[in-house]
Ligand binder design. Structure first.
Ligand code: UD1
Ligand code: CA
Length: 466
């Protein structure tokens, strides 16, 4: 049996050739990101979940960039539209790659909020009503910018008028076209070949297949979607941030339903690619980005920034910490004001305190770096205590060098470890040391200190009175 979510007799055509002039960008529009994921990735994910017979993606402007981003999924064909002469012209370029199927579903690359359920409904209504052309429409509060759906006296769709071509009265129409169409394959290209470009933009408009189909006596239907926000097209950066806001509200609700507490949700950014475990608390102002994963029962924030971070269960991240491409094991405490840079791995029950930066280092179970330190290119064993102001001097101006620290090492405050250098297990290093050679296991290692003098009967300078 073929389920609602399998459509072998459907081909999808994704229109993504436009430059997106209104974005004013060197990057093609569909590569702009909405909450951390490119718009083209949203629409491809949505159409892929319909399991269609094939997907044709029309690219033109910077097609190499779009193709490099997407790669080559199995059932995807790239179609190049050399000149962007309109949406109808774009679909026409797919004639060679679209095989003989029942219907063609045409979607735009710039509608990232669209859900696959909505598309499945469009296809099933199109088929149930035995229509030749079915348009997905909506009634947003503000229809400006969209093609308006003009209906005749019997309320039947008669054509779609683009904003640039519309009269003042037509612009008052609330119902708009989402730009998404389901069309019978056996008539689609015939209709497309009849398109003209006598309109304000001198483009071959896809919506003009509607009056052409009606002229041939074909049935044209419209399916109006209940949630207009979902079909929102992103044409400029203002709409990009509106789309982010709408999607952010969905994502936050979704995590709340799954047991995540989110304080001051309106101040938090959680990208679409992030995952969070139940009983975790996300405090105000946090940015959770990229492939970040946070486990169960953690506390994050306020104002923490996590990018591509992997955080295990029961981790506490205090205010204003910044974690990028680092791995943090269970029960660890970080911050406030800590920075973990790429390649950092913290094992269980590690403490990283305020104003500590750690880069490309492994810190093993139970070790503590609690105050004002820089640890770079270091391997540290278990249960070490690294005193305030310890610096691994890992860079000689040309090359980076490693610092190896064994288990249960105690490093006194304000120590400089000049790499490459090794501190063996159970060593103690006295405060203020400058370590340039191997520190032997056990005992105390301390570098020469300057003499301390006592000057009795010394007077502090006094402020001179004028
Ligand atoms: C389009 C529709 C409009 C609809 C709106 C919904 C047309 C003429 N207008 O307007 O009815 O209300 O979408 O969001 O269809 N593209 C190409 N090749 C081209 C031109 C465009 O591939 O030659 C692609 C674009 O990359 C984009 C999509 O088609 O992904 C839509 O083009 P866009 O310029 O954004 O059309 P709108 O003005 O938004
Ligand atoms: Ca658009």
């Amino acid at each position: 049996m073929i389920s609602e979510f399998q459509h072998p007799d459907l081909q999808v055509c994704v229109l993504a050739a436009g430059r997106g002039k209104r974005m004013r960008s060197n990057k093609p529009k569909v590569l702009h990101k909405v909450l951390g994921r490119a718009m083209i990735d949203y629409i491809l994910h949505t159409v892929e979940s319909l399991r269609p017979g094939g997907i044709a993606v029309v690219t033109g402007h910077a097609s190499d960039m779009v193709q490099a981003h997407v790669g080559q999924p199995q059932n995807l064909e790239w179609v190049i539209q050399e000149q962007q002469l309109g949406t109808g012209h774009a679909v026409r370029q797919c004639e060679e790659v679209i095989s003989d199927v029942r219907d063609v579903l045409i979607v735009c690359g710039d509608t990232p909020l669209l859900r696959s359920e909505t598309l499945a409904k469009l296809v099933s209504e199109h088929r149930d009503r035995d229509a030749v052309v079915t348009i997905l429409t909506a009634e947003p509060d503000d229809p400006s910018g969209y093609g308006r759906v003009v209906r005749d006296a019997e309320k039947q769709v008669s054509w779609i008028v683009e904003e640039q071509d519309a009269t003042d009265t037509q612009r008052l129409i609330r119902e708009v076209s989402s730009g998404i169409y389901c069309v019978r394959y056996d008539v689609l290209f015939d209709l497309l070949h009849k398109l003209g470009n006598r309109n304000a933009q001198e483009e071959y408009y896809l919506p003009d297949i509607v009056p052409l189909a009606l002229k041939d006596g074909r049935s044209v239907r419209a399916v109006c979607m209940p949630d207009a926000a979902e079909m929102m097209g992103v044409n400029d950066r203002a709409q990009l941030s509106m789309a982010e806001d709408i999607l952010q509200a969905y994502i936050i609700h979704d995590w709340q339903r799954r047991g995540v507490t989110i304080e001051k949700p309106e101040t938090v950014r959680i990208e679409a690619t992030v995952s969070i475990g139940p009983d975790t608390v996300i405090q105000a102002g946090c940015y959770l980005m990229g492939s970040t994963h946070i486990g169960d029962a953690c506390r994050v924030g306020p104002y923490a920034v996590l990018v591509d971070a992997w955080i295990d269960d029961q981790v506490e991240i205090f205010a204003f910490s910044h974690i990028h491409d680092a791995n943090v094991a269970m029960g660890t405490k970080i911050g406030p004001f800590a920075r973990l840079r790429p390649g950092t791995q913290l094992d269980e029950d590690v403490h990283v305190g305020n104003f500590v930066e750690i880069k490309n280092s492994i810190v093993n179970r139970g070790s503590k770096v609690n105050h004002l330190s820089y640890i770079g290119d270091t391997e540290m064993g278990v249960d070490c205590n690294i005193g305030a102001g310890t610096i691994t001097c890992n860079y000689d101006g040309a090359n980076k060098h490693k610092t190896m620290i064994g288990d249960r090492v105690f490093i006194g405050s304000d120590t400089k470890l000049i790499a490459p250098v090794e501190v063996q297990s159970d060593a103690t290093v006295g405060a203020g040391s400058i370590i340039t050679k191997k520190v032997e296991s056990g005992g105390l290692t301390i570098s020469e200190r300057t003499n301390q003098r006592y000057v009795p009967h010394w007077q502090r300078p006094r402020k001179q009175s004028r």
